[in-house]
Ligand binder design. Structure first.
Ligand code: NAG
Ligand code: NAG
Ligand code: NAG
Ligand code: NAG
Ligand code: NAG
Length: 643
């Protein structure tokens, strides 16, 4: 008896094979089911042209849709859960217990007056990060290198949006399958793959309950408080909208609006017989805004004044960035994507540099004996002021054609100051030392005892030196600490405060939203790292000039500083009773300095923590550090130590 079987929902006929084969068949079928549902292996291999097409139309990423059945997948890839409706994320729970509290009363010079525990820092509540979604789906098996390159690009996308204050999530077909209308799209036979892709994208977005949907080649490229980015961060989108001239790269709208739109599209007469209306649909799909927007026509508002987002679609790449476009061919796909990633990274870095016209300032209060303390800050400052590595150094981001490209001969300024200069034209980097560390360095003492403290050490020298010029003399230390806290917690941040006792800085990329240059030209001219590379690298800026009238210590003394710094780190961590008492005495001697140290330390620990938690949640989705092959930095978990 012939039985009706289906494979990928296409009916096939097969005769019952002889008995002994039935068992084998069963095993094979079972294997197929397990690999198919359980893993991410995909049924068909795309041709080279398919792959090339993918990049030519990054907005419509899928050349062909394998017809996946919409059954729940017990072992399948997991979907993002939609965020709860209108959650009030005051975010006290996850981080509260560690070593800080989030409290609206954080504007208090001394945390302990609120927390009643002097080791707990009081931080401002985390600001809400509205979710932002992108859709990524590869239909068939794809070249390993291409996938890796795409994952790196998506990671760059996630990083940039994270730094801009959003919570970026990468959706896929799995989310679309959770949408009630998914089967309707499935049943449309002969639907053009590009159109189907756009619909899946909307379904996945609808499943998440609306918000912001952007293409993964659309990145924020403007100052933090650019009107459009600020508007998007507010997470209230009264009207379903797209952005003029960005095609289908950016949509935003509320849950109701999005699902309403999907509903209307599904009931559109043109979709009743896709074969019949093929030409009309193709025409609509090629119009600015994409198929869904054009089937809806007037229901999607068009925002005309938005300039905060740069979209790297194929049209833009091939007209503006030819070097990259030339590589996006059949055989050099992965290479081309990597060039694109570098180009985007350089534009993000450039945008950041342009926002700080006076350059980078390294603050070094009490400069005589604190050279070793500033290594890390100087390192970061030099890389930030270096011209970004790029395949096309003279190019501008697509949304800002009149930018000022980085010029290695007139590079961003890098200066050292003995005190904080209160202007946002600088980006300021400082190192906050524990008072024990600073006392040891400043007074060049290998060990400190209470006698020395009482007889020789001045109180709160760090905070006083730091704010000597920006805050008038008559103000107290508590006032200074409070101003300092405001500075650390400010958004947008124009300062970065490291703590002297932490050795690694592994989340800089997420703070800035781009990767700092890691290689530099070894001559004074731009060059490339090897003959085949199309990337231009730039010389690394010199160390900043020493502060005027400061004696520059010679190497012998700096080596001593390094040694003292190491000893101080050990002392602060020490479990030894006597040592603990000494450290406590130093803390009590310089309450304001201690508070500044605790606050900035807790603040950056929480920032790392917030990101790590998010990274872990996203680890299994495209574009996570794990999928992009980025190893999380060393020293994870350092934030746990209470001291
Ligand atoms: C969120 O906050 C608003 C106003 O503070 C309140 O009316 C609403 O009930 C809260 N919603 C939830 C889910 O807690
Ligand atoms: C759709 O239109 C085509 C061409 O006009 C026609 O051959 C086909 O029968 C139609 N299909 C349905 C289900 O009406
Ligand atoms: C891509 O490669 C295929 C076969 O390898 C070839 O037929 C096709 O012309 C190539 N396409 C381009 C755009 O180079
Ligand atoms: C910086 O300047 C602003 C306003 O001019 C002021 O409110 C703030 O206290 C200053 N901060 C510091 C640390 O000097
Ligand atoms: C800065 O660049 C140098 C190479 O030029 C690299 O060794 C170093 O790790 C970079 N530092 C940071 C913080 O990115």
């Amino acid at each position: 008896m012939p039985i009706q079987h289906t494979v990928f929902s296409r009916p096939i006929r097969l005769q019952m094979p002889p008995k002994r084969f039935q068992a084998v068949l069963l095993v094979v079928l079972l294997l197929i089911v397990v690999t198919f549902y359980g893993g991410s292996s995909r049924p068909s291999l795309p041709t080279y042209d398919d792959v090339a097409d993918v990049v030519k139309h990054p907005k419509a990423h899928v050349p062909s849709l394998g017809e996946l059945p919409a059954v729940p997948k017990p072992f399948g890839p997991s979907a993002h859960r939609p965020p709860p409706a209108q959650a009030n994320n005051t975010a006290t729970s996850a981080y509260g217990a560690l070593e800080w509290l989030n409290d609206f009363k954080w504007r208090n010079p001394f945390s302990s007056s609120v927390t009643l525990d002097e080791n707990t820092a009081l931080l401002p509540p985390l600001s809400d990060r509205p979710p932002i979604y992108t859709y990524y789906d590869v239909p068939g098996k794809q070249d390993k290198h291409t996938s890796a390159a795409e994952n790196r690009l998506i990671l760059a996308w996630r990083r940039a949006w994270w730094a801009a204050g959003f919570k970026p999530a990468v959706l896929s077909r799995v989310e679309a399958m959770h949408h009630p209308q998914y089967m309707l799209v499935q049943r449309m036979k002969n639907l053009d793959p590009k159109i189907a892709f756009e619909m899946m994208r909307w379904l996945a977005w609808g499943h998440m309950g609306g918000g912001i949907l952007v293409n993964w080649l659309a990145l924020p490229m403007a100052e933090y408080d650019n009107p459009m980015l600020s508007f998007l961060r507010r997470n209230e989108y009264p009207q379903l909208s797209r952005v003029q001239s960005l095609d289908n790269a950016v949509f935003f709208g509320q849950r109701l609006g999005v699902n309403d739109a999907i509903h209307k599209v599904m009931n559109n007469a043109l979709l009743e017989n896709v074969t019949e209306s093929k030409d009309k649909l193709t025409k609509l799909a090629n119009k600015e805004g994409g198929i869904v927007a054009n089937l809806l026509a007037s229901e999607i508002a068009v925002d005309a004044k938005a300039n905060g987002i740069a979209s790297y679609n194929m049209a833009t790449i091939s007209t503006k960035y030819k070097t990259v476009a030339d590589k996006l061919t059949n055989t050099t796909q992965a290479e081309g994507l990597d060039l694109l990633a570098n180009l985007i990274n350089s534009h993000l870095h450039l945008t950041w540099q342009e926002q700080h016209p006076e350059g980078v300032a390294v603050v070094k209060p009490l400069p005589e004996h604190t050279t070793a303390l500033m290594y890390e800050a100087t390192n970061i400052a030099r890389n930030l002021t270096q011209c970004p590595t790029s395949p096309i150094p003279k190019s501008c981001p697509p949304n800002r054609p009149k930018c000022k490209p980085c010029d290695a001969n007139k590079a961003m300024k890098l200066q050292e100051f003995p005190e904080f200069v209160n202007t946002t034209k600088f980006f300021t980097i400082g190192t906050v030392p524990h008072p024990y560390t600073l006392t040891s360095l400043h007074y060049t003492r290998d060990a400190i005892d209470s006698n020395f403290l009482r007889n020789n050490a001045k109180r709160d020298i760090w905070i006083r030196e730091l704010t000597r010029k920006s805050i008038p003399k008559e103000h107290t230390e508590s006032y200074r600490v409070l101003q300092f806290k405001e500075l650390v917690a400010a958004t947008p941040a124009h300062t970065l405060w490291l703590t002297a006792e932490r050795v690694t800085q592994d989340d800089l990329d997420w703070i800035f939203g781009f990767e700092l240059p890691q290689v530099a030209s070894d001559t004074t001219e731009p060059s490339s790292s090897n003959e085949k590379s199309e990337l231009i690298i730039f010389p690394r800026p010199d160390h900043p000039k020493p502060i005027e009238r400061q004696n520059v210590p010679d190497e012998k003394w700096v080596a001593k500083e390094e040694m003292r710094l190491k000893k101080a780190r050990d002392a602060i961590k020490s479990k030894d009773r006597n040592m603990k008492l000494t450290v406590e005495a130093v803390e009590a001697w310089s309450l304001a300095d201690t508070e500044a140290w605790r606050f900035s330390r807790a603040y950056s620990a929480r920032r790392r923590m917030e990101r790590k938690v998010w990274e872990e949640e996203e680890a299994k989705f495209a574009g996570s550090e794990k999928k992009a092959g980025v190893r999380p930095g060393e020293g994870g978990g350092r934030w746990i130590d209470r001291r």
